[in-house]
Design a protein around this ligand. Sequence first.
Ligand code: NAD
Ligand code: UDP
Length: 321
Amino acid sequence: MRIVITGAAGFLGSHLARRFLDAGDTVVGVDNFITGSRRNIEELMGDPDFSFVEHDISKPLHFGERVDGILHFASPASPVDYLEHPIPTLKVGSLGTHHTLGMARLHKARYLLASTSEVYGDPQVHPQPEEYWGNVNPVGVRGVYDEAKRFAEAMTMAYHRHHGIDTRIVRIFNTYGPRMRPADGRVVSNFLVQALRGDPLTLYGDGSQTRSFCFVDDEVEGIFRLFRHPDRIHPVNIGNPVEFTIRELAEIVLEETGSDAPLESRDLPTDDPKVRRPDIGLARDLLEWEPKVALREGIQRTIPYFRELVEREDARARPIT
Ligand code: NAD
Ligand code: UDP
């Protein structure tokens, strides 16, 4: 298949591109580098089946050649990034989704939208099954991301129902691993960089809030299987269902890096969800998929990547707060 991946220079997009190339597909990556990096596609650029277009997908893009599949992953994804780029986030979730769906319609291509656990907001149902409609503050600071993704889901379903497009929606839960941008502000990248530098680990709130962390290889495999599934139209959660408090994560990071850095309390960000954990019953049944990498092992597998960046001082590109 000839696959287009938007956001291919990002963390997940670049891993996903590798997964499709390994399966024998041809991949065209699209990215404008707003939060991605050229380093993430260096390895892909050496593959004759990979090509790259630098483009802001919030503006239309036309491919003359055949396209069989489109995976729309372009979007700032970390709270720090989407708070810094609120309007590009809303545009790529709305206009970018519209343009890529239009491309799918023109080429009669299969379409997969990268959605998020953030559509459940600060959830009142726990763990979160796909049927839950969520608890999102539309006018809060996080609304730029959450509502863009909710709009994107609605648009994807409309293109399926109205134009008969073959669509998939994955709701991705907190994923981590090599190729995360060290200064993207997410908790795993922050804690690892801080621990490796010997700086205090910034614990927001009292650290009792929870997340369920999925190693990137597991996440990518789940997404790949969903894309290949013959007929799943409605959203599917892909994430690791083992839940940790943020304080527990800090302890694991300190143990695995061998760091004796202290914890430093910071204010809890506005509308920070108190709990998050996917119900993955559907993914288990439908895709015969479940995560294989436990958090401690995934952290061990991520440390060498961050250690190299810290040693090269790349992580100082932006102060971590
Ligand atoms: P990332 O920031 O590493 O990657 C996003 C990529 O999209 C970047 O390379 C960025 O430059 C590109 N991009 C953004 N706007 C663009 C535009 N207008 N045109 C072209 N390219 C653009 O983030 P990620 O973690 O890899 O996330 C990828 C996708 O997965 C996002 O859609 C995100 O919402 C979703 N997601 C990720 C997670 C996670 O834990 N990593 C969780 C939920 C959802
Ligand atoms: N967090 C933290 N310290 C940090 C970064 C994040 O305590 O340096 C907390 C944050 O408040 C949230 C959780 O870790 O409760 C996960 O944050 P992240 O930004 O990774 O993603 P989110 O799940 O909130 O989108």
